[in-house]
Design a protein around this ligand. Structure first.
Ligand SMILES: Cc1cc2nc3c(=O)[nH]c(=O)nc-3n(C[C@H](O)[C@H](O)[C@H](O)COP(=O)(O)OP(=O)(O)OC[C@H]3O[C@@H](n4cnc5c(N)ncnc54)[C@H](O)[C@@H]3O)c2cc1C
Length: 462
């Protein structure tokens, strides 16, 4: 085993957005942080690749300006965000219908006239739902009775026809499941951020978001191609046997199993995105298009949103389907997109296909929407799966809080109860939420001194 260079206060394993946000906040609080990442770059599931003259994300994803955790940490202007038009289009057997927010685009108001998009009953239900989700405090959503989204929509007064035609096709691309089985609490948060924020893509692709989070970190904070194989009593050890000592370790490895064998992980949803190149845009509008028949989750002319993603004289079309790729799916997608775009797609080139097996955690009800991230003394976990786990940890959290208070760690310190919710703050929108640590606040050194009576743990007794 080779000797370690230095011992940071905190070792963060994984440089996805959760690990980066965590490192960001701990550094801002004055702690010495080392991030180790198995791959060759930051971003985890939020990465973009150059394929020839095109830029593609590792699975189609969108960015919402109302993500609170992002806004807190990033200057959005630097991302060069390009907006989608508010709302989305639905391909139906009666033609293309626009689902739009008339408060943002008054000229689309006629689309919402009774009889076009929906009947009076569904429009009234839509108005009520939207007003409540937009205006009600988030804590009310979190405390609301949790059930499936399908049940919640029926209880809100929507007809089954409207649910099938609009909500189900659209939400299948959000939840990455098409049975509306996802938690209604999560749905309401998604709807809220749809209404409050704007769907966008950074000019350089979604990978610009983790890149911007990593940019202000001091040189050397993130060490690449350093896969951790196990946690040890002293910290962690890499696959080549290098020891990484640290009194506190945060595991931010996403759905990768192994480092915390006892940790319960949720099921994950799989999505496949086909990237096609067309000679020209078949839509000429930066918007999402969904299919009433759900032959795909959504499709979008990416180069209408961000022209820089494709070279001049070509259009880049992303079409996502639930599940994995197989021999026949691309052909089926080509046929479906020919119909919904009203154009011949036989000549489109398949640029690349991206399948992400662990794209999003499944979120069936009941979803508490926040969980403890402390797994043992000096051992923490964060990432999008912290939303989808164990409701039974409440009692342990109370005990833990008591022990922290008795050992003198300030409640506002970096490992205060608030900071320990380093799990995701899914800002619901699109597929939809960025899993990031919350901001640990202030007085880190004081915290460190007081909370480390034995010198072995920042947290004191756990
Ligand atoms: C196709 C797709 C669509 C999505 N749509 C959206 C969307 O529209 N909006 C949105 O906000 N979110 C979306 N998401 C979800 C979002 O990308 C994830 O929630 C988020 O990126 C998870 O971040 P994370 O840091 O928790 O995990 P990850 O991104 O998985 O990061 C984990 C990191 O840990 C590293 N790692 C793993 N094991 C080890 C090890 N042993 N040692 C060292 N390093 C290790 C990995 O290499 C990786 O870099 C989507 C995801 C996908 C894939």
């Amino acid at each position: 085993m080779s000797a370690p260079a230095h011992t940071p206060d905190v070792l963060v394993i994984g440089a996805g957005v959760a690990g980066l946000a965590c490192a960001h906040d701990l550094l801002a609080a004055g702690l010495d942080v080392q991030v180790v990442e198995a791959s060759d770059a930051v971003g985890g599931r939020m990465r973009s690749d150059r394929v020839g003259e095109f830029v593609v994300d590792r699975g189609f994803q969108v960015f919402n300006t109302s993500y609170p955790q992002v806004r807190r940490r990033l200057a959005l202007r630097r991302l060069g965000l390009r907006p989608f038009t508010p709302g989305f289009l639905v391909h139906t057997e009666k033609g293309r219908l626009r689902f739009s927010d008339p408060t943002r685009r008054p000229r689309n108001l006629p689309d919402l006239l009774p009889g076009r998009l929906a009947g009076p009953r569904d429009l009234a239900a839509l108005g009520l739902l939207s007003a409540r989700d937009m205006l009600a405090p988030v804590r009310l959503v979190k405390r609301s009775q949790d059930r499936t989204t399908r049940t919640a929509l029926a209880d809100a007064g929507f007809s089954e026809d409207f649910v099938e035609r609009f909500f189900r096709p659209f939400l299948s691309g959000v939840f990455l499941e098409d049975g509306l089985e996802t938690s209604s609490r999560f749905f309401h948060l998604v709807w809220r951020s749809m209404l409050r924020g704007t769907l966008c893509l950074p000019t350089a692709g979604i990978g610009a978001v983790p890149a911007a989070l990593a940019a202000p970190l001091p040189a050397g904070t993130v060490r690449f191609e350093t896969p951790v194989s196990a946690l040890t009593d002293e910290g962690a050890v890499t696959a080549d046997g290098t020891e990484l000592p640290a009194p506190t370790v945060v595991v931010a490895t996403g759905p990768a199993p192994g480092l915390l064998p006892g940790l319960e992980l949720p099921a994950y949803r799989t999505v496949t995105t086909y990237y096609h190149v067309a000679p020209r845009s078949p839509l000429r509008e930066p918007t999402l298009l969904v299919d009433e028949r759900r032959r795909f989750a959504n499709t979008c002319v990416l180069s209408d949103v961000v022209p820089q993603l494709a070279p001049p004289g070509s259009a880049l079309v992303a079409t996502s389907v639930l599940g994995t790729d197989d021999d026949k799916r691309e052909t089926a997608v080509r046929e479906a997109t020919a119909e919904v775009y009203g154009t011949d797609t036989a000549g489109w080139d398949l640029l690349t296909t991206r399948t992400v097996p662990d794209a999003l955690p499944a979120m069936p009800p009941p979803q508490p929407l926040s969980r403890t991230t402390r797994v043992a003394r000096g051992r923490y976990v964060c990432g999008d799966h912290r939303w989808a786990l164990a409701r039974c940890k409440r009692r342990r959290r109370k005990t833990e809080r008591a022990s922290i208070i008795t050992t003198g760690a300030p409640r506002s310190g970096p490992f205060s109860p608030a900071a320990r919710k380093c799990g995701p703050s899914w800002s619901p929108n699109s597929q939809w939420g960025v899993a990031m640590g919350r901001s640990p606040q202030s007085r880190p050194r004081a915290c460190l001194k007081r909370a480390r009576p034995s010198g072995s743990s920042m947290i004191g007794s756990g």
